[in-house]
Ligand binder design. Sequence first.
Ligand SMILES: C[S@@+](CC[C@H](N)C(=O)[O-])C[C@H]1O[C@@H](n2cnc3c(N)ncnc32)[C@H](O)[C@@H]1O
Length: 346
Amino acid sequence: MAHSRGHSSHSHGHDHDHDHQHDHDQGVNASADSEAAHQATVVATFDSYRQASLSANQRRRADYYALPKRHRDLLGDYKELLREVDEKLLVNAAFVQQMIEQNPFPPPQDAALDAPAPTDADHDRLRSTLRQCVRDWSEAGKHERDTTYEPILAALEEHFAGVSDEDRSKLIASAYILNHAPEPNSIPIYPYLHSLSNIRSKQDLLAPCYIPDVNPNEIAGGPADFSFAAGDFLEVYGDGPGSWDACVTCFFIDTARNIVEYLEIIHGLLKPGGLWINCGPTLWHFENDRDASSIELPLEDVKALARKIGFEISDEREIQTCYTTNQKSLLQHQYTAAFWTARKRQ
Ligand SMILES: C[S@@+](CC[C@H](N)C(=O)[O-])C[C@H]1O[C@@H](n2cnc3c(N)ncnc32)[C@H](O)[C@@H]1O
């Protein structure tokens, strides 16, 4: 599961030195620089997908050739399998390239010079974006959508538009699919090709997922007022405008370093009587991150905290679901996601 980095320094610059104009300006510039560097790193990650994924497969090939000939002969068509993996990785690379060519967040020209080189975590994030394309936009992701998004939609009496995310890889993918509305099932991708562990058969490994399973133009049933806010949730909604009718958090609240702050912001952005719908586990994203502080509450205590902050919680349920899981894998992660609806007390 991905979380973002780098530009989170944003919020630090933002929090401090409000009373000191000079420092504050420096904070804004530093923040803009780090945002530009982050955008440039995202582009570099997309650009290097082809090379990074092929070289991981090349490592397998080198290990194969290092075996004694007798063992290679016994392995039959392993070499051919690796050739086919390369071939499909190139299909993924073409899609990744198409997405980045339509990047709605291009870095300023000179930022590329200062961009930190993509790390393993950056590559991981892009691979997770490919899996999320399946979760959100393919027939294979229907089970995950049905188990999580359906109860959320059912709980919303009306549909509201407006989504925030800070992970540019995901936003680039969403923008590509929503704005360029490719024909249904016209894009084959192979999102599970980056690991050969827990694969039952060559057919399973090499099977494509097609996206999108619907025409993105048709899902809104007409012109929709749909927007994304790219950025840290704490910054985008931190001012507590109290103007939203509803807020949905799906597999999200556990991305908090400080769950108290998250719940306060959700509370602050809603109108009195506004609806908060939550669905997700408590896989505290920063639990094992030595560089981040992290508060890790049991689920019951998250709910108790929400009540203290000013929510009336109802419709509490547990939902069995998965998250970007390869349904054909021999390893299946299953979540018991906590679902609730909550009203901001008047
Ligand atoms: C596990 S994913 C869930 C995505 C989506 N809701 C779903 O159900 O597929 C968590 C998402 O939260 C985003 N995220 C994490 N921390 C964030 C923050 N502080 N502000 C905005 N988005 C954040 C990540 O980029 C990631 O897309």
